[in-house]
Write a protein that binds this ligand. Structure first.
Ligand SMILES: [Zn+2]
Length: 454
């Protein structure tokens, strides 16, 4: 008997966290924090499992929305065993320590919500057991009622360094959880590897379920389009701001820009990066021979970069044309990209180019959907401002397009598909397409706190 219970990340791209009970062994898949919410609201609903066995948590990758709430899970369940790939463990150490400072800033006035400490993070990281891709291992919880343990395998998900799709097997029943998965190539990472078996249950992410795939060009074509637009700005003496996530998008985009410069397609100019992204790039570099890479020789830290945090006044970015890669990707308030974008707005010869997915209602979404001459209002406090700079949207995807998600269903031939991690429209599109294309397949939509028997 297998039970599946969503604790978060159901019907939204938020605090991804799913509970599985396999013959008495309690396994949690991911434990994320909602990036747009603050305090208790940002956590998965761990009360839903307070009377259930909780033995293991498997982390698919180190993005905050899959990992950020792990310290709270460990506070509630100190004996839980944590497992991830070695790369996810190394990245988690950086991102969780970094989030201590961010949470302190956000939660200055809230006292109910206890922020974890650097010491707690150190202990937590040390307790993570790591397993390489394709290294089979067994789980056997305290209340396990079967002779067969649960066997697990991580598959390279092609999303960010260390990202894994997770295959669980018990009594010949196979469950595959995609995590965030990308079938296509990026600049550094090649597309995902899928298990070569038929599965019974597929737990499928649906991020791009409501995005028309014709709006997502292939990476190389999109890179040339970006180079063309950046050249126009640089040649007129302006500077370009690109909001990026520090983990994943930053590394892929700087590699893309550098390869364009080397190929003579992009004007050579100063590139600014910095902060935690530099440390993350180093982890990418250390692992370049260990995991699949398009070019294992390519080192991110061999690219000349200036530190954006050493520039004390934003005006200095406009002295000479330059490219600034600043976090966060969705320009969340208080982050470097949000602050810089407000200065960029006033600069008519310069541009803000967005390169990734923007969730609705984020400043990044408002920005990406505006253009020169528009008036925009970034939040309730800030007054309406006129957009004087150029704004253009680009799509460099680290998630599968929606047709590719259907290809995963075609390859793994599941009897049941559980849809997670997407907007309601996206989930509808994927669900309807599966029912039409794969007759006899059952589709479930994950809903918070609603158990599914599988
Ligand atoms: Zn992710």
């Amino acid at each position: 008997m297998i039970k599946f219970l969503p604790l978060g990340g159901a019907g939204e791209i938020g605090a991804n966290c799913f509970y599985l009970n396999i013959s008495g062994t309690g396994i949690i898949l991911d434990c994320g924090m909602h990036p747009q919410r603050i305090g208790m609201e940002s956590l998965p609903d761990l009360d839903l499992i307070k009377d259930l066995p909780v033995d293991y948590v498997l982390i698919s990758h180190a993005h905050q929305d899959h990992l950020g709430a792990l310290p709270y899970l460990v506070q509630k369940h100190p004996y839980i065993k944590i497992l991830s790939t070695p790369q996810t463990r190394a990245l988690a150490e950086l991102t969780l320590h970094n989030s201590v400072a961010i949470l302190k800033e956000q939660l200055a006035e809230e006292d109910k919500f206890k922020i974890y400490t650097h010491e707690e993070i150190d202990l937590l990281i040390r307790s993570i057991e790591y397993k390489a891709y394709n290294e089979n291992f067994n789980l056997n919880g305290y209340g396990h009622r079967s002779k067969d343990p649960v066997s697990v395998n991580f598959y390279d998900a092609g999303h960010i360094l260390g990202s894994a799709g997770i295959l669980l097997e018990h009594n010949n029943e196979k469950i595959f959880y995609t995590g965030d998965i990308n079938l296509g190539n990026q600049e550094l990472l090649p597309g995902s590897t899928l298990p070569d078996v038929k599965v019974d249950v597929l737990i499928l992410e649906t991020t791009y379920g409501d995005t028309d795939s014709s709006t997502i060009l292939n990476w190389k074509e999109e890179a040339l389009r970006l180079a063309f637009s950046i050249n126009k700005i640089l040649n007129s003496g302006g500077s370009v701001l690109i909001p990026v996530f520090s983990l994943g998008k930053m590394q892929e985009i700087i590699a893309t820009l550098w390869n364009l410069m080397k190929a003579g397609k992009l004007t050579q100019t100063d590139i600014y990066t910095g902060g935690i992204a530099d440390k993350i790039s180093r982890v990418y570099d250390y692992n370049r021979y260990v995991v699949n890479r398009i070019d294992p020789e390519f080192e991110i830290n061999s690219i000349p970069q200036k530190d954006l945090y050493e520039v004390d006044q934003p005006e200095k970015f406009f002295k000479n044309p330059c490219i600034v890669l600043a976090p966060s990707g969705m320009m969340i308030e208080g982050t470097a990209s949000f602050k810089l974008a407000r200065r960029w707005l006033k600069q008519s010869n310069s541009a803000v180019f967005t390169v990734g997915y923007m969730e609705e209602n984020t400043p990044g979404y408002i920005f990406a959907n505006s253009k020169k001459g528009n008036k925009i209002k970034l939040n309730e406090i800030i007054e309406e401002e006129e957009v004087k700079c150029t704004i253009e949207q680009f799509r460099f995807s680290s998630h599968s397009k929606r047709e590719e998600l259907l290809k995963i269903v075609e390859k793994l031939k599941p009897e049941k598909v559980i849809l997670v991690h997407g907007s309601p429209n996206g989930i509808d599109w994927i669900g309807a397409s599966i029912l039409k294309k794969f007759k006899g397949t059952k589709v479930f939509i994950a809903r918070l706190g609603k158990e599914i028997l599988i």
